[in-house]
Design a protein around this ligand. Structure first.
Ligand code: PHE
Length: 368
């Protein structure tokens, strides 16, 4: 009897004083584990006479239950204490001043590119990219501009040194337009195609409206029975969504690009509002005018052949437009060079909040 009482007092005291979870677990094994002292005592029940067992059984069972309960209670206490200690170190002091407003903004060029991606995604276009260091085959030859083609000279191309050539001997250059992405996507993915390809392009040219590096977005649709009407509808839908005006009026003028046939230059109507040209309305109305906006046309059958497709099966249209120019027209900047100066004041003024994601539902024309 006294032995059992002694064992119980001893066990309960040690459990109550167990300093941590590991010590408590060691005690559980010592008393209640397979080789544990209390488990050992339980085994002796089998060898007792029924009378002895009637007395010892309840005592031993009680000891085992009390020990197990004590361990559970201590375990909860230790866990609570641990949590309290952690909460004490992870305290959040709400009386501290709020952090400074986040710095940094989205550049208008990035903002416009996001807007374009959103608008064209809605029309089922994907976004493609190509290398800025191109070879002359993708940039010119496959776009129906042979080496001697006069249009090549008009591009003010930055060439790499004569010893920089690709495996086929083509000279390397900084791409002068995003049109080589047309070729790359047709060669790589075949048809049908619906894509836009925004990105940097380079020409040796510099004044208030020209910088040696600027941005274009290319559009390309290749499918069956595509005609000029699809092009006009697509451009109209795109420009109405982009400028957020239903009264955008387009004028298509015959033009020339080696890679499109027929080619059309697209003008957009503007009107004079208090001395400012605002897009919208019929450019032929009094006080109105036309502004040249982009180049486009039906993809030349030669280009479709160069890219490895059968022009009897596949037709398409393409367009190319300056992203910086779109940004200037929509957000009212007048000097292109400021886009690339990195002047903090300009960026603060014309930049967009990173939280201002353009979405069609909320209006793609987020305000700075
Ligand atoms: N690549 C032409 C340019 O940079 C624009 C264009 C693209 C014209 C696609 C027609 C079709 O001037």
């Amino acid at each position: 009897m006294t032995d059992l009482d002694q064992l119980k007092t001893d066990a309960l005291t040690r459990i109550e004083n167990a300093p941590d979870a590991a010590a408590l677990e060691a005690l559980r094994i010592e008393f209640l584990g397979k080789q544990g002292s209390i488990s050992g005592l339980m085994k002796t029940l089998g060898k007792m006479t029924p009378e002895e067992r009637q007395v010892q059984g309840p005592l031993l069972n009680g000891l085992r239950t009390e020990t197990a309960d004590a361990i559970a209670v201590r375990k909860t206490m230790l866990e609570d204490a641990e949590l309290d200690a952690r909460l004490a170190t992870e305290i959040l002091d709400l009386t501290l001043p709020a952090p400074e407003a986040p710095k940094g903004s989205v550049h208008p060029v990035s903002q416009v590119m996001d807007e374009l991606a959103e608008i064209f995604a809605d029309l089922g276009f994907s976004v493609a990219t190509g290398p800025e260091i191109e070879d002359e085959w993708h940039n010119f030859t496959a776009l129906n501009m042979a080496e001697t083609h006069p249009a090549r000279a008009m591009h003010d191309t930055f060439y790499f040194g004569d010893n920089h050539r690709d495996a086929d001997g083509n000279r390397m250059l900084l791409r002068t337009h995003t049109s080589p992405v047309q070729i790359r996507s047709m060669v790589e993915n075949g048809a049908p195609i619906r894509l836009i390809a925004p990105g940097r392009v380079y020409r040796s040219d510099s004044d208030a409206t020209h910088t040696p590096m600027f941005h274009q977005v290319e559009g390309l649709v290749i499918d069956k029975a595509i005609h000029l009407g699809h092009l006009k509808w697509t451009l109209e839908t795109f420009l109405k969504a982009f400028f957020e005006r239903d009264d955008i009026v387009l004028r298509l003028r015959p033009s020339y690009f080696p890679f499109t046939e027929p080619s059309v230059e697209v003008d957009v109507g503007w009107q004079d509002v208090k001395g400012r040209r605002v897009l919208g309305g019929d450019g032929d109305a009094p006080g109105h005018g036309w502004m040249e906006l982009l180049g486009s046309g039906m993809v030349n059958t030669r280009v479709i052949e160069f890219a490895g497709l059968d022009p009897d099966e596949w037709q398409g249209f393409a367009f190319g437009v300056g992203v910086d120019r779109l940004a200037m027209l929509k957000y009212g900047m007048d000097d292109l060079r400021a886009f690339f100066d990195g002047d903090q004041r300009w960026l603060d003024h014309y930049g967009f909040s990173p939280f201002d994601q353009p979405t069609l539902s909320a209006g793609v024309g987020a305000k700075a």
